[in-house]
Write a protein that binds this ligand. Structure first.
Ligand code: PEP
Ligand code: CO
Length: 465
């Protein structure tokens, strides 16, 4: 396979991506307004610090060795309107609960990474959307997320608006500020049973055996939390004062490069809008603008990898994005789809392993398992998501490696977007509370159940069962 040689040898600057092909380029009509918006972000205080980023890199390096586990999750597309206390709290709560289920089962610390506080941009397969309006076909720019334009189907709403870059930065700051306060104060009610709605464990659709397993796991968890409480205020306090890292897809290079800074007494450039930005499946082309931008920043990086990725291409990506082969720098987030993972994943793992590339493997079991219902709603089935996860764990284990983390689209609310789970949501139920602006998310009960099943699988694997 011939791949384009990457311009990696050339000098890097936060703007060296500009002349290169950009698969998701946004055409702003007012260059002056764009320059004012990015100048505003450049002047504003950063959202995260370089020492947090360096700390995360150390933690990710430990996850690579199987000493920690990454739980990354949140909305597919955050919206500016959803920057509310309830939405932020419920997202944090579900991630925290899932992480405790995992910690308890796998006896390893979990690194909690939110897909929030900046997850405002969405790549699109088609830059234009056509709808029938009053019997006529009308074509407008697709909705690229609140960072770029607005979802309403009108020419004004769909026009890329540079001011949204500033608004998104400010909303990410507000979200992060609230998250930091919540974490600092501790989730004090963590150990109260009413805090844990585990009603899915009692659902009639579950077999007696699965129900027994769920009940045993939740009993053990409750008693572990009680034990912590009995040890005194301090230990619950420590447990509940958690750190969340923030991550988002680095789609808009105007936004990302405006947030890229030199930091006193440190070498190199940092993206200070996110601890862990990632490159999407649609923008990871070698020789493209995104790879050029990301290779130059010091942050740990994620790259989404789908089933079409050739092993040689992945090797080149690893060389370009992590030429020093530094531990904790590169997170490969695979999203193959349950039917394809068995064929696509092993050759990628083997290729990087034989080239001695050090990466952290994370499984995103959501994006390869999206289907569309007859009524046109995007959905995902709980069982396909679980199947890809379980398969990926087995494949890594068989090849002598480790799956170091998972990446979910989820919400703390009772939405009806994915089918299945103990409550047995069907396609007919999806219309009830479908609120995602983009991809379907696991609801709170599905997310917690997924954590139980993942914990069971990882626990079995650790015991060699
Ligand atoms: C996403 O994470 O929402 C996404 C678009 O993923 P991918 O790049 O893997 O398709
Ligand atoms: Co998505």
């Amino acid at each position: 396979m011939t791949l384009p040689r990457h311009a990696a040898a050339g000098p890097w600057t936060p703007d060296s991506w500009r002349p290169l092909p950009n698969a998701q380029a946004i055409a702003y009509s007012d260059a002056g307004a764009l320059a004012r918006a990015t100048a505003h972000i450049r002047r504003a205080p950063p959202l995260v610090t370089s020492w947090e980023i360096e700390r995360l890199r150390e933690l990710l390096a430990e996850a690579q060795q199987g000493r920690r586990f990454v739980l990354q999750g949140g909305d597919c597309a955050e919206s500016l309107e959803d920057c509310t206390p309830d939405a932020v709290t419920s997202r944090l709560k579900i991630l925290l609960q899932m992480s405790l289920v995992l910690v308890h089962a796998i006896k390893r610390p979990v690194i909690r990474v939110g897909r929030f506080a900046g997850q405002y941009a969405k790549p699109r397969s088609n830059p234009v959307e056509t709808r029938l309006v009053g019997g006529n076909a009308v074509s407008l720019p697709s909705y690229f997320g609140d960072l770029i334009n607005r979802p309403e189907f009108t020419p004004e709403a769909r026009r890329p608006d540079p001011d949204l870059l500033v608004q998104a930065y400010q909303h990410a700051a507000m979200t992060l500020n609230f998250i930091r306060s919540l974490c600092d104060a501790g989730f004090a009610d963590l150990h109260h049973p009413e805090y844990w709605d585990l009603s899915f464990t009692r659902h009639r659709s579950l077999s007696a055996e699965v129900r027994r397993q769920y009940e045993a796991m939740s009993r053990e968890l409750a008693s572990a939390l009680k034990f912590m409480e009995a040890m005194g205020e301090q230990s619950v306090d420590r447990l509940s004062r958690t750190t969340f890292y923030t991550s988002h897809e680095g789609l808009s290079l105007e936004y990302e490069s405006a947030a890229t800074r030199l930091v006193p007494r440190r070498v190199g450039w940092y993206n200070l809008a996110s601890h862990l930005p990632w490159i999407g499946e649609r923008t990871r082309a070698l020789g493209g603008a995104h790879i050029e931008y990301f290779r130059g920043i010091r942050n740990p990086l994620g790259v989404k990898i789908g089933p079409a990725c050739d092993p040689v291409e992945l090797l080149r990506l690893a060389d370009t994005l992590n030429p020093g082969n530094e531990p904790g720098r590169l997170v490969i987030i695979t999203r193959m789809g349950a039917p394809k993972v068995g064929e696509s994943l092993p050759r990628l793992i083997e290729t990087l392993a034989s080239a001695r590339k050090t990466v952290l493997w994370v499984c995103d079991p959501m994006h390869g398992n999206t289907t569309t219902t007859d009524s046109g709603l995007k959905t995902r089935s709980f069982s396909a998501i679980l199947e890809e996860l379980e398969h990926s764990i087995d494949i890594h284990t068989r090849l002598g490696g480790v799956l170091g983390g998972v990446h979910f689209e989820l919400t703390g609310e009772d939405v009806t977007e994915c089918t299945g789970g103990a409550a047995g949501l069907t396609e007919a139920d999806l219309g009830a509370r479908y609120t995602s602006r983009c991809d379907p998310r696991l609801n709170d009960q599905q997310a917690l159940e997924m954590a139980f099943l993942l914990a069971r699988k990882l626990g079995d694997q650790a015991r060699g069962a």
